[in-house]
Unconditional design. Structure first.
Length: 328
């Protein structure tokens, strides 16, 4: 197990370095840089900036250096815990993204818990009661959930909340808690608003996991060891939970690696629709303004969460199925 953890840890470090390089290069692929975008905005508002001032600003920001030098300065700063300076917001990146990345993580983990807590029992019931009314209802829900875009579901919930309950379901806080310091009252208010993005982001994932759990468990229930156990008089619920359901969890657990990035990427669009103070809106603005240190740091942090999700998936698989440890 120790060698397993060491290998996976080295993969995580290598992957994050590669993501940081690719992300930094892609961010800087559009022509120009932050100063060009900034000058264009200034000129569109009627403010003229002379060339000498623009050159001085570009030099102060380090934008006159080659791209690989800019990357190395930023990367070694990240290693020391310094994510650089946000050109657009004029504050350190770490101060800007601290609470937002925490809220993104809270929403993502809450959504994962919701997805698995709902999908696994429903998938088991759907498989055990194959071709029943329950199975058909779950199947319809699965297809509708997979086909409905997250942002459309968010708009629908906002409309229903406003029309039926005269309530604004957008945001993560009530008006009086938006800029308030952290307290128990603010935490309770956050939990009261958290269910909307969790349902929006978790619907498609829940529907997909239900279908996977149902199909995998049905395959296990037809195997000879289950038939033999039934013939020996084992209780049905004990039989299903002890052997077939446990084996059917393998592909479910392995989906943590791709479900987490799917939730995080979906949260970027949903955060705009629901006005959530997460990294989504911040990342979109950083990409539009070519605020490269902010955009690069956000991509790196979100990639870190994704890679950690994959690592957790590997560890859970190794715990559930010892054969994976032997082969890895």
């Amino acid at each position: 197990m120790q060698h397993f953890l060491i290998r996976r840890g080295l993969y995580v470090i290598l992957m994050l370095v590669l993501v940081s390089i690719v992300g930094f290069v892609v961010i800087n692929l559009p022509p120009g840089d932050f100063m060009d975008a900034y000058l264009a905005r200034m000129q569109s508002s009627g403010t003229e900036v002379d060339k000498e001032m623009a050159d001085n600003l570009r030099k102060n920001y380090g934008l006159d250096k080659p791209l690989y030098v800019q990357y190395l300065i930023w990367f070694f700063g990240v290693v020391r815990g310094d994510f650089g300076w946000s050109f657009d917001h004029q504050i350190p990146v770490s101060e800007l993204v601290g609470e937002r990345i925490a809220l993104t993580l809270v929403i993502s983990l809450s959504t994962l818990i919701f997805v698995y807590a709902a999908a696994i029992p429903i998938g088991i019931i759907s498989a055990v009661r194959q071709y029943s009314l329950t199975d058909y209802t779950v199947t319809v829900f699965g297809f509708v959930g997979l086909a409905t875009p997250n942002f459309l579901l968010a708009l629908l919930l906002m409309y229903l909340g406003f029309q039926w309950f005269d309530a604004d379901v957008g945001g993560l806080y009530s008006t009086e808690f938006v800029n308030a310091p952290w307290s128990l009252a603010r935490l309770v208010d956050l939990l009261q608003h958290l269910w909307v993005p969790v349902i929006v982001l978790g619907t498609a994932g829940t529907a997909g996991i239900i279908r996977v759990m149902r199909a995998t468990l049905l395959d296990e229930l037809r195997k000879q060891y289950v038939i033999t156990a039934r013939a020996k008089g084992s209780r049905e619920i004990n039989l299903i939970l002890k052997y077939p359901a446990r084996v059917a969890l393998n592909p479910i657990v392995s989906t943590v690696g791709w479900l987490l990035p799917e939730i995080i990427s979906g949260a970027a669009i949903v955060s705009v629709v629901l006005s959530l103070p997460t990294t989504g809106q911040l990342l979109l603005r950083a990409l539009r303004t070519q605020d490269m240190y902010l955009a690069g740091s956000l991509i790196l942090l979100l990639s870190f969460l994704t890679v950690i999700g994959t690592l957790i998936s590997d560890l859970l698989l190794a715990l559930i199925d010892p054969r994976i440890r032997m082969e890895s």
